[in-house]
Design a protein around this ligand. Structure first.
Ligand code: ADP
Ligand code: MG
Length: 394
């Protein structure tokens, strides 16, 4: 299993890289974490409920003032091993790398919100896996916004920061993502799951620090082409379903309403809606199960979520199914509580709750089965709920 790099170590590395590149020490260091969603998948853009936690994988940004005038950022990313310079308020430069579009989007939105950052330089030290469904993009966006907060000495509320960075991804990157990823990176708390109402943005921090339970994340290390094209299609189908049911969003629909309309709704749209309505209910049930320490029920809810994503929402794939099925076969006898795909699907990661005593064994068994069946090496790591984005220095 991959060990976590302590946050302090990532901060030192970011500062060292900054010093090496720019010849001075940085003035500010900020971090924003990746996230894993325990339950509530494809519900955020239906005004529904989700239950993510921040993970011990971070985007750390070290920054300081640069020479020059106007608002701009010169930024190096260790994950990309590349640098770009972004003038704010200018059209997108032809040679701006794709990752720079995420950063630029946030700078533009921050400027529009009245945050004039001046000329800045920064380095990014990050270890959230890219494109693995653990929200490296949101971590990058929220880190950028937090860096501008540090540099201007002004701050946004967490919901405002989440909405602003979501807007950056929606408008500038062109990815119609919901609010969960950015909200998680901005507002999750250490040792807590965050139950989020994606309509009202009300949160409930659910304590999650039982030392006997460990969160195991397994990256299938595959990403299907369909990942980006299927997402807007699913969103569209949900909108159709909501319209046919006469509700603002599927969050307002019930199974009874859906079943009454079954004969009038296209079969595929019916199944998409059934997933969303069922999944919203499962988030509420999960909150109750956790409060009651009912791990057996928590596990069943995770498997039910996976089945629904696989069969009704059709966003799973053979690799994710193999990981979840293997975990399920090991079962409670072997220390597995529950497992499901997490993130948008079509590859990326699964999240599995495991009894801490058994986690090494469970990880080894699932890893071996996956590798010997598919000849793909998965990456596995455990995490506890980490802190949300904040200014570390400066
Ligand atoms: P996910 O958010 O699930 O990891 P996305 O496809 O939404 O996957 O976002 C991944 C993209 O975000 C990367 O391809 C890259 O453009 C950008 N990105 C994420 N982290 C970094 C980083 N540390 N440095 C530069 N770009 C990054
Ligand atoms: Mg993303």
């Amino acid at each position: 299993m991959l060990p976590a790099i302590p946050l302090e170590e990532m901060v030192s590395q970011a500062k060292a890289t900054y010093l090496q590149r720019y010849g001075v020490a940085p003035q500010w260091v900020v971090m924003a974490p990746g996230r894993v969603n325990l339950i509530g998948e494809h519900t955020d853009y239906n005004d529904g409920f989700v239950m993510p936690m921040a993970i011990e994988r971070y985007v750390v940004m070290a920054a300081g003032r640069a020479e020059g005038e106007g608002d701009s950022l010169r930024v190096f990313s260790d994950a990309m091993d590349g640098e770009c310079t972004i003038p704010v308020g200018e059209p997108v430069a032809d040679d701006l790398p794709q990752w720079g579009v995420y950063v630029r989007g946030v700078l533009e939105e921050m400027k529009a919100a009245g945050f004039s950052c001046g000329p800045l330089q920064a380095v990014i030290r990050a270890n959230v896996p890219l494109g693995g469904g653990l929200s490296s993009s949101a971590a990058l966006e929220v880190a950028t916004a937090t860096m501008v907060e540090a540099a201007t000495g002004r701050s946004l509320s967490k919901p405002e920061k989440a909405k602003l960075t979501q807007r950056a991804e929606n408008i500038h990157v062109g990815m119609p993502c919901g609010i969960m990823d950015q909200f998680s990176s901005a507002a999750c708390e250490l040792d807590h799951l965050m139950q989020l109402d994606c309509r009202t943005l009300a949160t409930k921090q659910v304590p999650f620090s039982n030392p006997n339970i460990t969160v195991l994340i397994i990256n299938s290390n595959v990403k299907r082409e369909l990942a980006s094209s299927a997402y807007p299609i699913r969103r569209g189908q949900c909108e159709v379903a909501a319209k046919q049911l006469g509700v603002t969003a599927l969050r307002d629909a019930t199974m009874v309403m859906l079943n009454k309309m079954e004969s009038q709704i296209e079969e595929v749209v019916y199944r998409r809606a059934r997933h969303v309505i069922g999944e919203n209910a499962r988030v509420q049930e999960m909150a109750a199960a956790l409060e009651a320490n009912n791990w057996a029920q928590a596990g069943e809810l995770m498997y039910a979520s996976h089945d629904s994503l696989r069969d009704d929402y059709e966003v799973s794939c053979d690799e994710l199914n193999l990981l979840v099925d293997t975990a399920h076969q090991i079962g409670t006898g072997g220390g597995v509580i529950g497992s499901r795909l997490t993130g948008a699907g079509f590859g990326g990661c699964t999240v599995t709750l495991v009894e801490t005593d058994a986690v090494e064994d469970v990880a080894r068994r699932i890893g071996q089965t996956y590798q010997s069946t598919l000849n793909i090496e998965p990456t596995l790591f455990t995490t506890r709920p980490a802190a949300g984005a904040h200014i570390i220095e400066g």
